[in-house]
Design a protein around this ligand. Structure first.
Ligand SMILES: Cc1cc2nc3c(=O)[nH]c(=O)nc-3n(C[C@H](O)[C@H](O)[C@H](O)COP(=O)(O)OP(=O)(O)OC[C@H]3O[C@@H](n4cnc5c(N)ncnc54)[C@H](O)[C@@H]3O)c2cc1C
Length: 348
């Protein structure tokens, strides 16, 4: 017997899961097909949301719109799943180039509560823990424990019978004029949220991607009493009993394995930062679904308006995806237009 459903979501990283949770809230009928990947981009990410980034201290694109949405979404699902995976956290950023201070000071008034200079006491404390310089700023960020969020979300959708662990093969999609058949399901919409693994054998091309690989270390350092995030050359992020250190980024994407060169880079910069002894527990790598213009990619395939893509969240999936899951729902089911900045049509 065939089941008629509104939509099939392919991919269950942060993008596919947020879409699924949005569709669930809206009462749509759907399934998610995800081939579980232990070290997917979503699972090795540190889940950091940093309001001000880069060498020039630029406020994250759309931050004022994104922030209320991601806070309320993660807090809502914490209650429903009866689990904790989201918190606000201070990011202590070292400033080694004193010329940047004038730039930052000039911007401080615009950024309001989002950042402040480190106090003398904080600087002293950080200098005892690491080789911190004599200048630093504190940014008000957030952190999502991505693994716990994904695992609780998957448990929730499995308990509703709408999450399938499987490899979706586009060759098995039986298309007709008005609907698609995939195994036991009939639908007229398939949404692909497959992260960096978005190449199709069937001739659908999805332009605009600029995939890169990120490598990280997980380490233990029992003598390092750090419960905030430290950013010098690398991010040092507390994660339970361990620390997440990253990242080394490369456009050499022949395979998704961690490299000796990546590890060497991470250890070199870690040794310049750390005063406490540490032990490397693991070295992980994943492709990031980054794009040419650093904006997400979504919309229908131009030659098939029942196949859509929801992707391209680059290095900011934790904050962008909750907001754009809503935008994308309005586009697919409420006939709202997509913002041109994220519409895949900009690449055709
Ligand atoms: C080292 C690193 C650090 C990062 N740190 C941060 C951070 O601190 N903050 C932040 O916001 N972002 C961060 N990111 C980026 C973030 O991880 C991504 O933006 C986000 O995870 C993308 O989610 P996604 O669901 O699009 O892709 P993915 O996480 O790759 O998920 C895609 C899913 O689709 C599945 N899939 C693919 N093909 C198929 C198929 N044919 N059938 C079934 N399933 C399929 C995969 O198995 C996977 O589960 C980081 C990324 C990396 C690599």
């Amino acid at each position: 017997m065939k089941n008629n459903i509104d939509v099939i979501i392919v991919g269950g990283g942060l993008a596919g899961l947020h879409l699924a949770l949005k569709f669930y809230k809206e009462g749509l009928s759907f399934i998610v097909i995800d081939k579980y990947k232990e070290h997917s981009s979503s699972r090795i990410a540190s889940g950091l949301i940093n309001p001000i980034t880069g060498r020039r201290f630029v406020k994250t694109w759309l931050y004022d719109e994104l922030q209320p949405v991601f806070v309320s979404e993660y807090q809502y699902w914490e209650k429903i799943f009866n689990s904790r995976f989201f918190k606000s956290i201070d990011i202590y950023r070292a400033i080694t180039d004193h010329r940047l201070v004038n730039d930052l000071d000039a911007k401080l008034s615009d950024y309001g509560e989002l950042c402040r200079p480190m106090t003398a006491d904080e600087l002293t404390l950080f200098q005892t823990l690491t080789s911190f310089p004599d200048l630093g700023y504190v940014f008000k960020g957030y952190q999502l424990d991505t693994i716990t969020f994904l695992d609780r979300g998957i448990d929730f959708l499995k308990s509703k019978g709408i999450w399938y662990e499987d490899n979706f093969e586009i060759e098995s999609l039986d298309e007709s004029q008005s609907s698609h058949r995939y195994k036991d399901y009939i639908t007229n919409k398939v949404i692909l949220a497959r992260g960096a693994h978005s190449t199709d054998s069937r001739g659908f091309t999805w332009p605009g991607f600029n995939i890169n690989k990120g490598e990280v270390l997980k380490l233990s350092s029992p003598q390092l009493p750090l419960d905030s995030i430290l950013k010098q050359r690398l991010f040092l992020i507390p994660e339970g009993e361990e620390f997440w250190v990253g990242s080394y980024n490369t456009w050499e994407c022949d395979n998704e394995e961690p490299t000796a060169g990546g590890k060497k880079y991470l250890i070199k910069h870690l040794d310049l930062m750390m005063k406490s002894p540490y032990e490397v527990r693991s070295h992980l790598a994943a492709f990031r679904p980054a794009t040419e213009d650093r904006r997400p990619i979504m919309g229908y395939h131009p030659s098939n308006h029942s196949i859509a893509i929801f992707n391209g969240f680059g290095s900011k999936g934790t904050s962008l995806i909750p907001y754009f899951a809503n935008v994308f729902y309005q586009f697919v089911f409420k006939n709202q237009e997509l913002p041109t900045e994220v519409d895949i049509q900009r690449f055709y």
